[in-house]
Design a protein around this ligand. Structure first.
Ligand SMILES: Cc1cc2nc3c(=O)[nH]c(=O)nc-3n(C[C@H](O)[C@H](O)[C@H](O)COP(=O)(O)OP(=O)(O)OC[C@H]3O[C@@H](n4cnc5c(N)ncnc54)[C@H](O)[C@@H]3O)c2cc1C
Length: 528
């Protein structure tokens, strides 16, 4: 993973000439490209943890797994939001952990939490490092120091119960490896977020992730049937049946807890039979409102495709739904429907479900565009993040944000976010799509592009604050799948109210009395 950007450096993308023209003509971006500083030039604070304490950590995991090198610290500094990348590109490593510690078992995680509680060392659980909400930003204030607890060594498939369709994994398994291991059993998770290449199973559970095929396979939190969690006061082992009436479901307390209550050390996941047939296709709708109504009809009446995604007019025009063919977009609104044989439980062949969905889409005013747009989307489904690095270098800020709401409230949410962005940024390019649908509502996912000001981080923070306020006021949730981190914690507090925050704080105080786990994430610090 590129430390100052996204993905495999070998796959870095040149900006297509159409995008350069767009930046120049629509956004006024004229500055010459500015590359990121070299890794060795990133400015890091000195290691705050004293040698004897580093020695105690090494006693738990072995000295080979306590890293304090410049490179290891840089690679564990922050996540992958645009402000994170802007800071890293400029050489600002002020949020670096003092050390990176790699445990090799649940017992080692538990022992590290005991040592760190006793010595007041803050612990940031680190999965794939793809958080886009400031969920990995270390704060050493009030602590002896900070460690990044890298779960990369916990990377095994533990068991497969093909009869129950349940697989157990350690948390550090990256999504492609999970799919590879399951494929050997003819199974799939079906979880394909855009961060698929690098994110881990533990991170998906900790941040309540949702993938591109959520219509067919569900959100990641739907897939979790059991969890083992190491906390500073002991181990939680949750989930011994598919459903239970035995009190409140404590698994729900862990899902979305972003490392502040404990460290997930294993997960039991519902899996599905791997599909042997996939058909993706495109449809055109005259307006976003018409396309949205068609998505709602599919979500409420079925048959629901495995992948369902609708771009608004601007995203369709830019062609962002097909990142390998940006600039070739069309008019109206592009809808992508994907039908797979594996994910969906209801009966019927792929062809029958495709025909059933086509009847609904036609009735709702859709015009079939055939397989090509669907195939182009499938080819480019993981490539958009690579473009972000080239855009940042070229002087444009590009960032995404998301929310969700009930169907009746979606138009209001859509307008509120766009208005807030225009108010904060002038004339940004704002694109939107719907890609996660439910019977009662859907998520809205926005991509924003704007010419960078002198301080692009401050510029984006201004916009983000305006959008957060607008989402709360318009009755949406502050996140459908990115999570809370630091960037959304005040808006999350507004969403759950003071009683909700006090419950979260009480759980935190009980499980993590020294307050070492990911301090500052999820729960706002008490007002001074
Ligand atoms: C380019 C890009 C595209 C993305 N696309 C999507 C998308 O389509 N859908 C989506 O849902 N998200 C997406 N994300 C966001 C991100 O990938 C998800 O939030 C993902 O769940 C994070 O997984 P990770 O393994 O990288 O976790 P990390 O980023 O390492 O950690 C995320 C949070 O969980 C905590 N954590 C990690 N592992 C554990 C553990 N084992 N126990 C306890 N806490 C833990 C961390 O402390 C942190 O607070 C995207 C991000 C990027 C950069």
């Amino acid at each position: 993973m590129l430390w100052s950007g996204w993905g495999d450096p070998a796959l870095a993308r040149e900006l297509p000439s159409g995008v350069r023209a767009l930046l120049r003509d629509f956004l006024g971006v004229r500055a010459p490209d500015v590359p990121a500083v070299g890794l060795e030039s990133v400015r890091l604070p000195p290691v705050a943890l004293p040698e004897p304490l580093l020695g105690l950590l090494a006693e738990v995991v072995g000295s080979a797994y306590v890293l304090t090198s410049h490179e290891a610290r840089v690679r564990h500094t922050r996540g992958k939001s645009t402000p994170d990348l802007l800071r890293m590109r400029a050489g600002d490593g002020s949020a670096a952990p003092d050390a990176v510690v790699l445990p090799g078992s649940h017992e080692e995680v538990a022992e590290l939490l005991r040592v760190c509680s006793a010595e007041r060392v803050a612990v940031i659980p680190f999965g794939g490092g793809t958080s886009v909400v400031g969920g990995l930003t270390a704060s050493g204030a009030g602590f002896t120091g900070v460690i990044a607890l890298d779960l990369g060594r916990l990377d095994r498939l533990l068991s497969v119960d093909a009869e129950s369709l349940v697989a157990s994994f350690e948390p550090g398994v990256r999504a492609p490896e999970a799919e590879r291991l399951l494929a050997a059993h003819g199974l799939t998770l079906g979880h394909f977020p855009q961060s698929f290449e690098y994110a881990t199973l533990g991170g998906f559970a900790a941040a309540r992730s949702s993938g591109q095929a959520s219509a067919g396979y569900g959100r990641f939190d739907d897939m979790v049937v059991g969890l083992t969690v190491a906390t500073p006061i002991g181990t939680l082992d949750l989930g011994r049946a598919p459903k239970s009436a035995a009190g409140p479901d404590l698994r729900q307390l862990v899902l979305g807890s972003e490392g502040v209550f404990g460290v997930i050390t294993s997960l039991r996941l519902r899996v599905r039979r791997a599909p042997d047939e996939r058909r993706y296709e495109g449809w055109r709708f005259g307006t976003f409102a018409e396309g949205t109504a068609a998505m709602r009809a599919l979500a409420q009446e079925g048959p629901l495709p495995t992948v369902l995604r609708l771009s608004d007019e601007t995203e369709t025009m830019i062609g962002l739904a097909k990142p390998d063919a940006i600039g070739s977009g069309g008019s109206g609104c592009l809808l992508i429907a994907g039908h797979e044989s594996g994910g969906v439980l209801e009966g019927g062949s792929v062809a029958a479900r495709q025909a059933g969905a086509a009847a609904v889409l036609t009735r709702m005013g859709g015009e079939p565009l055939g397989a090509e747009p669907g195939q182009a989307w499938e080819r480019g489904r993981f490539s958009a993040p690579y473009l972000r690095d080239s855009l940042l270098a070229a002087g444009a800020t590009v960032e995404t944000l998301e929310t969700a709401g009930f169907w009746a409230n979606l138009p209001r949410l859509y307008d509120a976010v766009r208005l807030a962005l225009a108010g904060a940024l002038g004339s940004p390019l704002v694109m939107c799509h719907i890609s996660h649908v439910y019977e009662t509502g859907a998520s809205l996912y926005f991509t924003v592009v704007v010419a960078q000001e002198g301080d692009p981080v401050a510029q984006w923070e201004r916009a983000k604050e305006a959008v957060n306020t607008a989402i709360v006021a318009a009755g949406g949730t502050i996140s459908h799948h990115h999570g809370v981190g630091r960037d959304h914690r005040e808006a999350y507090a507004a969403e759950v109210g003071p009683v909700g925050v006090s419950i979260l704080q009480a759980v935190k105080d009980r499980l993590d009395p020294a307050g070492i786990l990911n301090p500052g994430t999820l729960i706002p610090p008490p007002a001074a």
